[in-house]
Write a protein of this length. Structure first.
Length: 678
C-alpha cells in the first residue's frame, strides 16, 4: 500500500519531534519529555518506516546505525585543508604572552592600540573530523588524515548521537563543520566496566577510545563505543551569511543545532588569555570530558584572513597546553604496600617522570588482578597517569618496548612489613596480610577499634592519641596499652598529668569485660559483634575458640566457611597468640561464660529493634542483655521484627512498626520481658 500524504506528514512530524528531542537531550542536556514518551515516538516512526519503505530516508533519526561493515575506508580530499595549530610549549603564562605579542607584531599594532580580542576555547582531546552538510543534510564525515586527504567515516559518525543528521533553521547550501570527536569520561568508564566484566581488553584512555571507534569498519561496533562531538570551526561554506567573528560563528553553529561547548569566552589581550587558561586549568578535572589545554583564536575573521598561515599553521590561533597527565616511563620494580586494613596493594616503582605537574616515582597497580589484566612487568615501558589529586596509576603497557627479560609480578606469600601470612580469599580481588594486631601498617586502625565503645570501651583513647602512641613507638599492639606509663603519657601533646591519670584509670576499668567484647575487640576480619557473641555462647572459653579447627568453628550458629577460615588463620598466627597472652597477663578478664549464661536462651529467635531513649538502662546495655538472652537486636524494622522497643522521643522506626503491625513495647514492657526471661 502506498503511503498517503497524511502518513508522509506524520512521518515528517515524528522525525522533527525526535530530532528536536535528540537535540535537547544530547546537545542541550535539557530533555523535555520522559524517556518512555521518546521511545513511543521512536517506535511509531520505526513502525511506519518498516511498513512504508518508500518513506525511508538516510537522515531519519532511526537510521543512525544503518550501515553495513566496510572493507576499507574511502579516501576523501578536503576542499579546504584541515590544518593543525601551533602549540605553545610553555605551559605557564609565558605561552599566552608570547602569542599575543606575535599577533600584535604581525598585525602591525602599536603599543598604544587597544588590546586584541581573542576567542578562547577548550582544546578537546579527541580526533579532528569534518562534517559536510548540503542543504542541511549530513552527507559526509571525514577524518583529518594528513590534512589534505582524510578517510570517509560517515557511517561511524552517524552513530554519534549529538551530531545532527539534519540542521535546523535557515541552512546554508554547503557547510563544512570542523570539530572534535571525543569519548566522554562517563562513556569511557562504562565501556571499560563492561569490558572488564566480560574479561575483554579495556581502553587505555578516552582518546584511544575515540580513535578506535572512528576507525571501526563495522558501524554497529562503533555505536557500542559511544562518542560525542564539539564543533569549533568551519571548512568549505557556500550560500551562508558568515558571521564576522569566531565567537559569532560558534553561536551560529549552535543555532543550527550543532553541539558547541559552553566553556568558551571572548577576552581582551594577554591578561584575558592568562585568566582563561588559569580558570580552565582549575576546572579541568571536573569537566565531563578530557582536554589537554586551551585554544586562543584572534576573534575577528578579517584579521584572521590578514594574518594568514605560516607553513601549515594559522598565525591567528595557538594551542596553550596544560601539563600532560600521561607520560611514558619504565617500571623499575613492583613492590607491595600494606594498607590500614591489611589490604596488600602492588605498587610500581618508576623511573622518575614529570606528569600532571609533579615528579612521579610510584604508581598504584590496585590489586593482583589488575596487574595480571594489564600484564605489567618489571622492565616494561608504561603509560603513567596523574590527573588532579588522584593517586598516579599505570594505565597500560607499551608492548612494543617490552624487553625480553621483563619480569612478571608474583604476590608475596608473606607480608613485607610483618612477615605474617598473606591470604587472598576466593572470589576476592584483594590479598591481605593476616598479621592484624601485630602488623605496624594496620596498628593504628586496630588500636582504634580495640579501644572503641562497643569493644574494650577505653574512654579518652582518641584518634589523635593513637596516632601519637604508634608514631612514637610507644604502642605496637593492644597489649602495650596496658603497659603504658603515666609519666610518659603526660608528656604527649595535648595530654598533661590529669588526662594521663584519667586514661590509666580508663584502661584499668576496661580490663573487666566479656569474652564477646574481647573477641570483637581483637579486630579479626569478618568477626563483628554478633559473631563474637555467638562464639562466646558456643565455646564458652577463649581457649576453646583458639584451639578449634575450621570444622569446629563452623558449628557455631551463623559462622560459615569464610568466617571460620578468618578465625582459624588469626589464632594460628603466633604473634596474635602472644598479644592475647600478654593481654590476659595484664589483667584483662571476663566472667566465665558458663556462669553468666545458662543454656537456655529464652529469647532465641526473637528479633527486636530499639528506638528512642531509655531511662533505666542505656540502649547499649539493653542490647547486651537482650543478646545474652538469645535475642537478635537489629537496626531497622521489617516484617520479621517481633518487637519494637520505643523509649522517649522515638524515631521513624516506631512509625514503621505501626505501619507493619509490629508489636511495640515501652520501657516498662522491655524490663518485664527481660525479667521474665531470666
Ligand atoms: S582549531 C586551523 N579549536 O587540536 C585551526 N582545534 O592542531 C584548526 N583541537 O587535532 C584547529 N580543540 O582537532 C581548534 N577548540 C579547538 C580545538 C582544536 C581541539 C584539536 C584539533 C587538532 C588540534 C589542532
Amino acid at each position: 500500500m502506498a503511503a498517503s500524504s497524511d502518513m508522509q506528514f506524520r512521518v515528517a512530524g515524528l522525525r522533527d519531534q525526535i530530532n528536536g528531542h535528540n537535540h535537547r537531550y544530547y546537545v542541550l542536556d535539557d530533555p523535555a519529555i520522559p524517556d518512555a514518551e521518546y521511545d513511543r515516538l521512536f517506535q511509531e516512526l520505526q513502525a511506519l518506516e518498516a511498513a512504508h519503505p518508500e518513506l525511508c530516508s538516510v537522515s531519519s533519526p532511526t537510521q543512525r546505525v544503518g550501515g553495513k561493515p566496510l572493507d576499507a575506508f574511502t579516501p576523501v580530499r578536503h576542499r579546504v585543508p584541515m590544518l593543525s595549530i601551533h602549540t605553545e610549549t610553555d605551559t605557564g603564562p609565558g605561552g599566552a604572552l608570547a602569542f599575543d605579542a606575535q599577533v600584535r607584531r604581525d598585525l602591525g599594532l602599536s603599543e598604544e592600540s587597544a588590546p586584541v580580542e581573542y576567542a578562547c576555547e577548550l582544546k578537546f582531546d579527541g580526533l579532528a573530523i569534518s562534517l559536510r552538510y548540503e542543504n542541511g543534510m549530513l552527507v559526509q564525515a571525514a577524518t583529518r588524515g594528513d590534512g589534505e586527504m582524510g578517510e570517509d567515516v560517515t557511517q561511524n559518525v552517524r552513530t554519534i548521537q549529538v551530531v545532527p543528521l539534519r540542521l535546523q533553521g535557515a541552512v546554508p547550501e554547503v557547510l563544512e563543520v570542523r570539530g572534535e570527536a571525543y569519548m566522554s569520561r562517563a562513556d569511557f568508564e562504562r565501556y571499560n566496566a563492561r569490558q572488564r566484566v566480560a574479561g575483554r581488553p579495556t581502553l587505555v584512555n578516552p582518546r584511544n577510545g575515540a580513535a578506535g571507534s572512528l576507525r571501526q569498519l563495522d558501524p554497529g561496533l562503533a555505536a557500542k563505543r559511544p562518542l560525542s562531538f564539539f564543533a569549533y570551526g568551519l571548512g568549505e561554506v557556500q550560500g551562508w551569511e558568515c558571521p564576522v567573528t569566531q565567537s559569532a560563528v560558534l553561536d551560529a553553529l549552535a543555532a543550527l543545532g550543532l553541539p558547541v561547548s559552553g566553556e568558551r569566552t571572548a577576552v581582551q589581550g594577554a591578561a584575558g588569555l592568562i585568566a582563561f587558561h588559569r580558570a580552565i586549568a582549575e576546572k579541568r578535572d571536573a569537566l565531563p570530558f578530557e582536554i589537554d589545554g586551551v585554544v586562543y583564536k584572534v576573534n575577528r575573521l578579517d584579521w584572521q584572513r590578514q594574518l594568514g598561515f605560516r607553513t601549515r599553521e594559522p598565525r591567528w590561533a595557538v594551542a596553550h597546553k596544560f601539563p600532560a597527565q600521561e607520560q611514558l616511563t619504565v617500571v623499575e620494580a613492583i613492590e607491595v604496600q600494606v594498607g590500614r586494613t591489611g589490604a596488600i596493594t602492588p605498587v610500581a616503582r618508576l623511573k622518575p617522570v614529570f606528569v600532571g605537574g609533579v615528579t612521579v616515582t610510584n604508581a598504584t597497580l590496585h590489586n593482583a588482578d589488575e596487574v595480571a589484566r594489564k600484564d605489567v612487568r618489571v622492565g616494561d615501558t608504561v603509560i603513567v597517569r596523574r590527573a588532579g589529586d588522584v593517586i598516579p596509576e599505570v594505565v597500560g603497557v607499551v608492548l612494543d618496548r617490552r624487553p625480553a627479560d621483563a619480569q612478571s609480578f608474583v604476590m608475596p606469600e608473606s607480608c613485607p612489613v610483618c612477615e605474617s601470612q598473606v591470604i587472598r580469599p576466593e572470589g576476592e580481588s584483594v590479598a591481605r596480610c593476616i598479621g592484624g594486631l601485630y602488623c605496624p601498617a594496620q596498628r593504628k586502625e586496630a588500636l582504634r577499634h580495640f579501644a572503641s565503645r562497643r569493644a574494650m570501651d577505653i574512654e579518652g583513647l582518641g584518634d589523635k592519641l593513637v596516632d601519637q602512641l604508634v608514631e612514637r613507638n610507644l604502642v605496637h599492639n593492644p597489649a602495650d596499652l596496658y603497659a603504658l606509663d603515666e609519666l610518659a603519657l603526660a608528656e604527649l601533646e595535648r595530654m598533661g598529668a590529669k588526662s594521663a591519670t584519667k586514661l590509666i584509670e580508663a584502661l584499668d576499668r576496661s580490663k573487666t569485660t566479656t569474652l564477646a567484647r574481647f573477641l570483637y575487640a581483637l579486630g579479626i576480619r569478618e568477626v563483628g559483634e554478633a559473631t563474637a557473641l555467638a562464639l562466646e555462647r558456643h565455646f564458652g572459653t577463649l581457649d576453646a575458640v583458639m584451639v578449634a579447627n575450621v570444622d569446629r568453628l563452623q558449628q557455631t550458629p551463623d559462622v560459615g566457611p569464610v568466617v571460620a577460615a578468618a578465625l582459624h588463620a588469626f589464632f594460628q598466627e603466633p604473634h596474635n597468640q602472644d598479644v592475647i597472652a600478654r593481654l590476659q597477663r595484664a589483667g584483662v578478664h571476663w566472667p566465665e561464660a558458663a556462669a553468666k549464661f545458662s543454656d537456655k536462651q529464652p529469647l532465641a529467635g526473637k528479633a527486636l529493634v530499639l528506638t528512642g531513649t531509655l531511662d533505666a538502662l542505656s540502649r547499649d546495655e539493653a542490647t547486651d542483655q537482650l543478646r545474652a538472652l538469645g535475642a537478635k537486636v537489629a537496626g531497622s524494622v521489617s516484617k520479621k521484627t517481633d518487637y519494637v522497643v520505643a523509649g522517649r522521643d522515638p524515631g521513624s522506626k516506631l512509625d514503621k512498626a505501626r505501619e507493619l503491625g509490629v508489636k511495640v513495647l515501652d520501657e516498662a514492657g522491655l524490663l518485664a520481658l527481660l525479667d521474665n526471661s531470666r
